[in-house]
Design a binder for this molecule. Structure first.
Ligand SMILES: [Zn+2]
Ligand SMILES: [Zn+2]
Length: 396
């Protein structure tokens, strides 16, 4: 259907959109100008637009001429609080704000797909929903949930949903994905160890929360090695400790903070339970008390529907100039997971590592640089997915 020739016709425009957004990055839930630009570009392609969905979100709806499925394509729009350290003519004009995760490319590639699909609306089956989402980067309160609460996956109800992420860990021109869980659930915890302060010379008259913290941290690794099924990808990291003021004072309390990454809901629930009971019981053994908090509403596991994803892989393999590989699960998290809880679909990566063009740093780095030559492939893949999955009996 769509071929590379058609995409190369609009490639310059896709790159220009990306560069404009890159130069004018906006932080989570403040994507006002980006949303305005998106709405304007969608309207220019004669696509119906709804703005202010779940905050700054934008939803476009394109109706094909024939009966079929509703396919949603999602791009996130927010930038990060990072000072750009790359010298390009379209370098961020905003101090301390940068599109370091490549969400500028997501918006540009999806607008490119909207242009292609709109041109082909007379042969298109079903409907295509374009979901431009705010605030993927905030964790917990990410923009997918408010968009869903605002009805983004309903009327018309979405049958399939797809999301693409540019990746600074895969080579240029490579699509990387896997059926089943692809990104982790991140559970953030805080443990307050409450002891009783005293003099460092007489710990027997105090309850030392620093000593107890050390035991808790060590014992928590036993959750990984002795309590969770070894066949499950799983991590617990304690990433900061705060306690004490002076070399000879035993403080009253210590605070530990860390993260758990898991790939299925059962493991996730078990892990939270074990972390709580290990922290409490180890502390109790040394006369201290542990209070454990988990951040509420952390992102779920991102789970690719196996049969949809196998079909997606076959479709991606038809794109000339690219390679499709099965990747390992990624320990990072994504609130695209919330869309996947509403409809089957696939989250996939498009690599951008290219040493010849100095694109070697990973997402979130102040030196993250995208190989813009891959954008056409991303655009073509999104358009193809919407077109093929729009057909009735898409899975056959
Ligand atoms: Zn990110
Ligand atoms: Zn991202």
């Amino acid at each position: 259907m769509f071929d590379m020739f058609e995409v190369t016709e609009i490639e310059r425009e896709i790159i220009n959109i990306r560069r404009h957004i890159h130069a004018h990055p906006e932080l989570s839930y403040r994507e006002y100008e980006t949303a305005k630009l998106i709405a304007q570009k969608l309207r220019a392609s004669h696509i119906a637009v709804k703005t202010g969905v779940g905050g700054t979100g934008v939803v476009g709806l394109l109706k094909g001429a024939h009966e079929g499925n509703v396919v949603a394509l999602r791009a996130d729009m927010d930038a990060l609080p990072v000072s750009e350290n790359v010298d390009v003519p379209f370098k961020s004009k905003r101090d301390g704000v940068m599109h370091a995760c490549g969400h500028d490319t997501h918006v540009a590639m999806l607008l490119g797909a909207a242009m292609l699909l709109s041109k082909h609306r007379n042969d298109l089956h079903g409907q295509v929903k374009f979901l431009f989402q705010p605030a993927e980067e905030v964790g917990g309160r990410g923009g997918a949930k408010p968009m869903i609460d605002d009805g983004a996956m309903k009327s018309p109800k979405v049958d399939y949903v797809f999301g693409l992420h540019i990746s600074g860990t895969e080579p240029s021109n490579v699509f990387a994905l896997r059926p089943g869980p692809i990104m982790a659930a991140p559970d953030t915890f805080k443990i307050r160890i409450i002891g009783r302060g005293g003099h460092g010379s007489s710990p027997h008259n105090a309850v030392d929360p620093i000593f107890v913290s050390a035991q808790v941290i060590t014992a928590l690794q036993g959750v990984t090695s002795r309590m969770i099924d070894q066949r499950e990808p799983f991590v617990i990291s304690v990433c900061n400790i705060h306690a004490g003021t002076k070399d000879n004072i035993i403080p009253d309390e210590a605070l530990l903070e860390g993260t758990i990454r898991s790939f299925n809901e059962k493991t996730r629930i078990q892990a939270k339970k074990y972390v709580t009971s290990v922290a409490k019981s180890v502390s109790r053994a040394f006369k201290a008390k542990a209070v454990v908090f988990f951040k509420e509403d952390d992102y779920p596991v991102t789970v690719n529907d196996p049969s949809v994803t196998n079909r997606v892989m076959r479709l991606l393999r038809t794109i000339r100039g690219t390679r499709t590989v099965v990747c390992k699960p990624v320990m990072g998290a994504e609130d695209f997971s919330r869309f996947l809880q509403k409809a089957p679909g696939t989250f996939y990566f498009l690599g951008t590592i290219n040493a010849k063009k100095d694109c070697t740093n990973t997402n979130h780095s102040s030196q993250f640089k995208v190989d813009e030559d891959v954008l056409k492939y991303g655009t073509l893949s999104l358009a193809k997915l919407a077109y093929e999955f729009g057909k009735p009996h898409a899975l056959r």
